[in-house]
Design a protein around this ligand. Sequence first.
Ligand SMILES: Nc1ncnc2c1ncn2[C@@H]1O[C@H](COP(=O)(O)OP(=O)(O)OP(=O)(O)O)[C@@H](O)[C@H]1O
Length: 237
Amino acid sequence: MSTNIVECHQITKHYGKKKALDQFEIAIPSGRITGILGPNGCGKSTFFRMLTGLVRPDAGHIEVLGKAPSWQTNQDIAYLPDRARWYPNHTARAALEWGNSFLPGFSMERAIQLTDYMDIDLDAKVGGMSRGQEARIMLILCLARDVQMIVLDEPFTGIDVISRETIVASLIDYLEESEQSVLISTHDIQEVEGLFDYTVMMKEGRAIWTGSTENLRAEYGSLRDVFRKMYMKEWNK
Ligand SMILES: Nc1ncnc2c1ncn2[C@@H]1O[C@H](COP(=O)(O)OP(=O)(O)OP(=O)(O)O)[C@@H](O)[C@H]1O
């Protein structure tokens, strides 16, 4: 198998007349925490849905973990869709029990450790939790799986800065021990800048920069500066 977990060549995807991905070209190495960064509507979720076999390209070629994505990809990838919510009347424990019954590679032991680590009361109902606590449960459902790849679509949206800092710190600590490859999309780089060791910058359905975050910083300054340039259309690459 190649050392890249994801390879996309000349991917195009339309929704009606709207072009969501435009000759999208990318190679993502394994074992990294990769940030997929870009403004609203640049195609991040479309790319993630394609990785998990939920959408197909109109043209081009995609390989994930050395194979074309399909419904079986669920065996190898833990995917957190954007705007994912859990049933409000269920407890955190019920969410984990569901994960244990239905998600391939799920470890109840690891899930319980993570709830302890992320300070979640197992007997609390999700409906009575804060947005940040619920987000942690959705993350735990992904992180407790022994899969090669974890894909998190906008996991920090709507979460306040303090909770976000806590979640990011837990993620960094937890993933340091792991050999899993993690892809995280965000349009808001505040407080997550230290999380990514590999970065893909997207704009208007294209990957406009891909490489180690260290190289990106050396070339252009902080991710925040790069982002600002993108928004202000100063980016000519
Ligand atoms: N099911 C759909 N039907 C029609 N248009 C869609 C659909 N899904 C996405 N789009 C459009 O495709 C483009 C890319 O959307 P996508 O959700 O992939 O971007 P994104 O970068 O994830 O955005 P955000 O950060 O706002 O979640 C947008 O213009 C969006 O409106």
